[in-house]
Write a protein that binds this ligand. Structure first.
Ligand code: MN
Length: 437
């Protein structure tokens, strides 16, 4: 899972010129999978691989015989599921084949074949890579958990289970949308005045949460847990997640069963699945626990997970208000955090999730929880950044924000950089807030 091979060679260049731009998220070393439609929409939804500013229409690739065994084994339009079931080996095979045929040294015949199925980004729309059956959201940043906990329970910010159990809740799959989809401000019960009964009004404290998502590739049988040693074999790849959250609804409803309507009205994902193989150069050790912290229980412990289980992915959040758009002011960066600060690894999340025999299925989305770091500039949601609205953020337009206002667009970006390797990125996850009905 963590092996660096010839597909990570930083000197590889592609004959697709836009892939050689040093700022692109999608050089030949990345090649994430996606689901797209031609804007003309003649051919329905199709599986693609992103390179530079284009998409390879995998299904139209004349040499697809090589992959027919997975294209054919699928039914319906969601063919990435069939490939996912064979993760990680089959996605890696496809990626390896494409590295060879997109390479500037590829022979002319191959180049001509692939060129025919290359579609400019401007001619397609992207859709959810999987028909997501289930969605689980964890709470794996100890900084986020401590900050949020100290707002609500100043004397006891971190609950005693936190360092033993990767905490999570079951989210809602039906309201997951892809980047670019507008989000309508939800209504809900608000009880800001503790002396009075709650009122049913549009949320006054709408927030985003910057998270890393990962897709299950190969599932596990119900009743059969996933060993921590094999956890990453069940992963297809990662994406960006915005877990939109209505803090006023959340504060009133969350006890005793956790978040419900405060979060299930919308979740936005970026459209590209960056494979675990593409991420191999950006692995880090698991979070270094405080010497006084307990070690993970045995079923969550493994040497490889300890040495390489972390991920070094930078996550940035930007905001652009209606006024900023009108005045042509660029989106303003609110935070930059990194997934290496997560207290639990993605392998531990997978293993814990299946540890009771719960069956994970191909295309399930699992998210990390808000990724926040130690510093204020690393806080991955407005609840933390503005300390529950008490310390508003100043914007270059002269405006302030405590929480999101109608017309605000939230833009999330993710990328990996390491000396000696090519930068790769996860693309964007954006969404604009529409007024409530
Ligand atoms: Mn969340």
């Amino acid at each position: 899972m963590y092996e660096i091979n010839e597909t990570h060679d930083p000197n590889l260049k592609s004959w697709v010129e836009s892939a050689n731009d040093p700022d692109t998220d999608f050089p030949i070393q990345n090649l994430p999978f996606c689901n797209f439609r031609h804007r003309s929409n003649e051919s329905g939804s199709r599986i693609g691989v992103r390179i530079g500013s284009s998409v390879i229409d995998l299904e139209a690739l004349p040499v697809q015989k090589e992959f027919q065994w997975w294209l054919k084994s699928s039914s319906g339009p969601w063919k990435l599921d069939a490939l996912g079931r064979l993760a990680p080996h089959s996605p890696n095979e496809v990626r390896n084949y494409l590295v060879g045929s997109l390479n500037e040294d590829a022979d002319l015949a191959t180049k001509e074949l692939v060129e025919k199925v290359l579609v400019p980004e401007s001619e397609v729309s992207f859709h959810s890579p999987f028909e997501i059956g289930d969605y689980t959201d964890f709470y794996c940043s100890i900084y986020h958990a401590t900050n949020v906990g100290s707002m609500f329970r100043p004397d006891n910010p971190l609950l005693p289970n936190y360092k033993y159990v990767p905490i999570g809740y079951h989210g809602r799959a039906s309201s997951i949308v892809v980047s670019g989809t507008d989000i309508k401000r939800p209504h809900g019960q608000n009880r800001s005045d503790a002396e009075k009964p709650p009122v049913f009004i549009p949320s006054k404290s709408l927030d985003y949460e910057m998270e890393l998502g990962f897709f299950v590739g190969r599932g596990n049988e119900m009743g059969t847990p996933i060993d921590i040693k094999d956890a990453e074999e069940h992963l297809f790849g990662v994406c960006l997640v915005n877990d939109w959250s209505a803090r006023d609804i959340q504060a009133w409803e969350y006890q005793p069963l956790g978040p419900f309507l405060a979060k299930n009205f919308a979740t936005t994902i970026s459209p590209f699945v960056v494979t675990m193989e593409a991420l191999a150069p950006f692995r880090t050790p698991a979070f270094e626990r405080d010497p006084d912290d307990p070690q993970p229980l045995d079923y969550l412990s493994d040497d490889n997970n300890l040495k390489f289980g972390g991920l070094d992915i930078n996550l940035e959040v930007y905001i652009q208000t209606e006024k900023m758009r009108a005045e042509n002011i660029e989106p303003h960066m609110l935070s930059r955090s990194n997934t290496k600060d997560l207290y639990w690894t993605i392998g531990q999340m997978m293993t814990h999730h299946a540890s009771n025999g719960c069956n994970l299925q191909t295309g399930d989305l699992i998210a990390s929880g808000t990724v926040s770091g130690k510093e204020k500039s690393q806080r991955g949601c407005l609840l933390e950044l503005t300390w529950r609205g008490t310390e508003p953020v100043d914007l270059p337009s002269g405006e302030q924000r405590r929480f999101l206002e109608d017309g605000d667009e939230v833009i999330m970006k993710g990328y990996c950089e390491r000396e000696g390797f090519r930068r790769i990125g996860l693309g964007e996850c954006r969404g604009r807030v529409l007024p409530a009905d």
